[in-house]
Design a protein around this ligand. Structure first.
Ligand code: DC
Length: 218
């Protein structure tokens, strides 16, 4: 019996670029297993904080990554600003990234029989985790637009909204993500760049679907 092809889609981009929403919608429409790889780093960061450790400390962060229990955190916990900041610190540490790599690749290669493939979103999916992905999309948006989206998201969740703090956190996280030596945030050479600055979620989804469908059979 021939095995159905396993479509792998890599979605990368900075915080609040719209990549998570896009990846979730594409996963539903194309019957792909979705992995939000940021949640792995967020859970690692929160695990360190829960143990009163320091997210910038390699030993604390590696221990948390090795013993990761995603079920210990609610989606709300994981999406908090505290988790995002802790995540960007643990993600800076190469040995933490190495621990989380195998799990991400195993989902891409074995998404499960119910799925036609996998879609992973993060910072280094097209460059490091799945360099052979069938489709690579790098989602961009202007900093001001991303700050506005994050403020809106926090407001909807009832979290404290202090614009200056969100701006400072996002700028610092962007810089840590882009400047780190291992797996920095950057488009893969063969990625298609989608700028969502002037698009809503539906428009971004339509553009991404056109791209995915237009560049080869599914
Ligand atoms: O996408 P996000 O906001 O959930 O990501 C949280 C942090 O995790 C982000 O600052 C960078 C890091 N991250 C990463 O380094 N590599 C990934 N593949 C995903 C996230």
């Amino acid at each position: 019996m021939t095995q159905a092809p396993n479509l792998v889609v890599a979605i990368d981009g900075p915080a609040a670029s719209g990549k998570g929403t896009l990846a979730r919608h594409l996963a539903d429409l194309l019957t792909l297993r979705y992995l939000d790889t940021g949640s792995l780093y967020r859970a690692t960061g929160l695990t360190v904080l829960k143990a009163s450790g320091d997210p910038t400390n390699e030993a604390d962060a590696v221990k948390a990554a090795e013993n990761l229990d995603l079920s210990a955190f609610s989606a709300e916990n994981l999406r908090s600003e505290e988790a995002g900041v802790a995540a960007s610190h643990v993600a800076f540490i190469p040995s933490v990234r190495a621990v989380l790599l195998d799990f991400q690749r195993s989902i891409a290669s074995n998404p499960g029989v119910a799925f036609k493939g996998a879609i992973l979103d993060g910072r280094d999916i097209g460059t490091v985790v799945c360099p052979d992905a069938d489709r690579k999309i790098f989602v961009e948006a202007a900093l001001e637009v991303r700050i506005k989206r994050r403020l809106q998201e926090l407001m909807e969740r009832g979290e404290p909204v202090i614009e200056a703090r969100v701006r400072a956190d996002m700028t610092a996280r962007d810089q840590r993500d882009r400047d780190r030596s291992v797996a920095p945030l950057k488009p893969a050479d063969d990625a298609w760049v989608l700028d969502t600055s002037n698009m809503n979620a539906d428009e971004a989804l339509a553009a991404a679907l056109d791209h995915i469908r237009g560049t080869g059979p599914l």
